[in-house]
Write a protein that binds this ligand. Structure first.
Ligand code: IVH
Length: 668
């Protein structure tokens, strides 16, 4: 081998190891050591070397995560040790019966339980041979699964190689691939725009993605994984489940930070009930908790029934799926005129909430699901995702069901409703349609936009019906005597509304932009746009091409902004809003008491959700850091902190508990 080749080979090995180390830090431990920029430089250098020496590309190179052609079908794999299922329990009594069975079987022995989250995804088994990921398979029917190695490799939180310094080399591990709720929301939004069928829940989405024949598609899906079973280890096997989890963690496999150990079933029950409400804030779905006997020797003694282990059981939370009847399908008109079919349901309790309506997205979705009015339907409420109709229970049809027809005219104003070619959505063409006007105003005054307290849907209804308001600028011209004429309004309530409208004039420019309700311009895009262009004049005069060059703004968004600005009605509206005193340029950030200081949060705060705390820091001029880096000034520590705490301690950073943080921001 020539000297330069040898040098390149060595450098490629170094780079692959370094990138894999930083991947673990970022994707597995959520605790990066370098900036995105520095990381990108490593990847770039590796890319360049691989382009020059294609025959030296290492099999565990991160560039090989997406490789190989689309398959015709997945090869079948027989699991060496069957992947069994879990028995279920639904009440504290059933869990106590499980505990009694375990104790009876084990006699006088002391029993410890490990309790884990039951992640609602797709069970998988991975094989690492001599430290290298060689096979990934789905659970299948437990005996035979499908080999999905190519797709598994695209998941960034799954290491291609185990950490060389860990004790594990040749192992089989089991875990769950899942899709975070936000990832599913985005994926479904994209699919809706393209007129593709939507995923009803994160489990279907994860399963559908892992079982994609084309690894490029799997790679584009936001999948993550947690591992919870060390099934086999050639080198050495720990003595407890807890130690197995720790060994997997040391090897670089992502394990849940929420696993806990208890010495009595009552403590287990306390823990489980405390998670029932917390589960909605996880960012991914769990359908229960799993209780496992900690000692592997005891697990062996307890053994298995035909289907499931005697040493573990699932505790299921109330289901988020229920059947009910589809009483009617109504059609709502949104602020862009989009006609959305909405399912009117016989009220039903789902996961502790009464559900009466569910979105049906668009006419194609109703057709695809074959829904008829009067059908019994299966509905699901998953995480923060709004209730969805999963399917009709066709067997329960009586013949009295009616077909649904999407109206060709707007149900509110009677104007034509048109469906553009290659669009899934039908829209009312009348921009002055009262439904559109009301929706636009509701968006304008909403909390994330101009935040005009007291001006919600019911007042807006009245204002529009009485002809007092037909666009946002009209709000700023409202007079007290007009409000006094409305139902339920007296001197004080009218003054409150006027005050709220008045004080909204000072909102930042990015909020004004968001409040306008330009298609595809959500909060983040509005901020990006405001920061890049600084003022309205520049946005109004920018070409589509200039707009699409802004990082974070693509072609579709640029086109939507241009469309909005080119509409003479909107032009006039912006002029009137400017006259009303709204900010049409970005102010220099008032330097707040936290200005120049960087914060990072770990663990749960009891006084407010984390995003609120982060927004609070930013509103006071502070910044939020992505990881424990040298630039960090304060680590704020809540309950159950993650690994960031140890790292910050080792770097001698200032650590604030929640109380100290609240004092600093003047909340105590
Ligand atoms: S242990 C023999 N632990 O739930 C032990 N399973 O309903 C089998 N699951 O097939 C699995 N989170 O796909 C275990 N912490 C966890 C889990 C978990 C999710 C899934 C797994 C299993 C299914 C059983």
């Amino acid at each position: 081998m020539s000297e330069s080749r040898e040098k390149a080979r060595r450098r490629m090995r170094e780079l692959v190891d370094a990138i894999s180390h930083h991947d673990t830090k970022y994707y597995v431990e959520d605790n990066p050591e370098i900036s995105d920029f520095e990381y990108d430089q490593l990847v770039q250098e590796l890319n360049d070397l691989e382009a020059t020496f294609p025959d030296l590309v290492l099999p565990d190179s991160p560039t090989q995560r997406v490789s190989g052609k689309a398959l015709e079908e997945f090869p079948q794999v027989e699991h060496k040790v069957a992947m069994l299922s879990l028995g279920n329990s639904y009440s504290p009594e059933e869990l106590k019966e499980f505990d009694a069975r375990v104790r009876k079987w084990l006699g006088e022995e002391k029993v410890e339980y490990v309790v884990e989250l039951k992640i609602d995804g797709l069970g998988i088994a991975l094989l690492y041979e001599d430290g290298e990921l060689t096979r990934g398979a789905t659970r299948g029917d437990g005996k035979v699964g499908e080999e999905v190695t190519q797709n598994i490799k695209t998941i960034r939180s799954i290491p291609l190689r185990l950490r060389p310094d860990s004790g594990l080399r040749t192992i089989e591990v089991r875990g769950e691939v899942y899709m975070p709720t936000e990832g599913l929301r985005r994926l479904n939004k994209d699919r809706e725009q393209r007129g593709e069928p939507l995923f009803a829940n994160p489990r279907n989405a994860a399963a559908g993605s892992v079982r994609q024949l084309d690894p490029k598609i799997a790679a584009s899906r936001p999948l993550e994984a947690f591992f919870y079973t060390l099934g086999y280890s050639k080198e050495s096997m720990p003595k407890t489940h807890e130690a197995c989890i720790e060994a997997m963690k040391q090897a670089g496999l992502r394990v849940s930070p929420h696993t806990r150990k208890f010495d009595s079933i009552d403590k287990v029950l306390g823990h489980i009930s405390s998670w029932e409400s917390k589960r909605d804030d996880l960012g991914y779905e769990i359908d229960g908790m799993v209780v496992k006997v900690n000692s592997l020797a005891q697990q062996l003694k307890l053994g298995y029934t035909a289907k499931e282990p005697r040493w573990a059981i699932a505790f299921k939370y109330p289901p988020k799926q229920m059947t009910t009847r589809l009483i009617d399908i109504q059609v709502q008109v949104g602020r862009t005129g989009a006609l959305t079919p909405v399912a009117v349901l016989e009220p039903v309790q789902v996961g502790g909430v009464t559900v009466t309506h569910a979105t049906l997205h668009n006419e194609d979705e109703v057709k695809r699901k074959g829904l008829m009015i009067g059908d019994h339907v299966l509905i699901e409420r998953a995480g923060e995702v709004i209730p969805q109709v999963v399917k009709a229970i066709v067997d329960r049809r009586t013949g009295k069901e009616r077909e649904f027809r999407m109206p060709q005219t707007c149900p509110v104003c009677g104007s034509k409703a048109v469906r553009e070619e290659d669009e899934a959505v039908r829209r009312c063409v009348n921009a002055s349609c009262p439904a559109q006007v009301k929706e636009r105003l509701t968006h304008f005054t909403s909390r994330g936009a101009m935040d005009i307290e007291g001006v919600g849907p019911s007042l807006i209804d009245q204002l529009v019906e009485k002809g007092l308001v037909s666009d946002a600028a009209d709000l700023y011209a409202l007079r007290k005597e007009q409000l006094l004429e409305l139902e339920g309004f007296a001197e004080k309530s009218s003054q409150n509304v006027l005050d709220a409208v008045n004080s909204s004039r000072g909102r930042e420019f990015d909020r004004v932009l968001y409040a306008l309700g330009i298609r595809h311009v959500g909060k983040t895009t509005a901020t990006v746009l405001a920061e890049a262009m600084r003022n309205l004049d520049r946005i109004q005069s920018a070409t589509e091409e200039e707009l699409s060059r802004i990082e974070g703004i693509g072609q579709v968004v640029a086109e939507a902004i241009r469309d909005f600005m080119d509409n003479p009605k909107n032009h006039a509206l912006l002029g009137r809003l400017r006259k009303a005193g709204l900010r049409m340029e970005l102010e220099k950030k008032a330097s707040g008491p936290l200005s120049g200081k960087t914060f990072l949060f770990t663990g749960e705060l009891s006084s407010m959700p984390r995003p609120e705390a982060e927004a609070l820091v930013q509103s006071l001029g502070g910044k939020i850091s992505r990881g424990v880096t040298k630039a960090l000034d304060y680590l704020v520590v809540g309950k159950d902190p993650g690994s960031k705490l140890a790292k910050a301690k080792s770097l001698g950073m200032t650590i604030l508990d929640e109380k100290a943080f609240l004092e600093m921001v003047g909340k105590k």
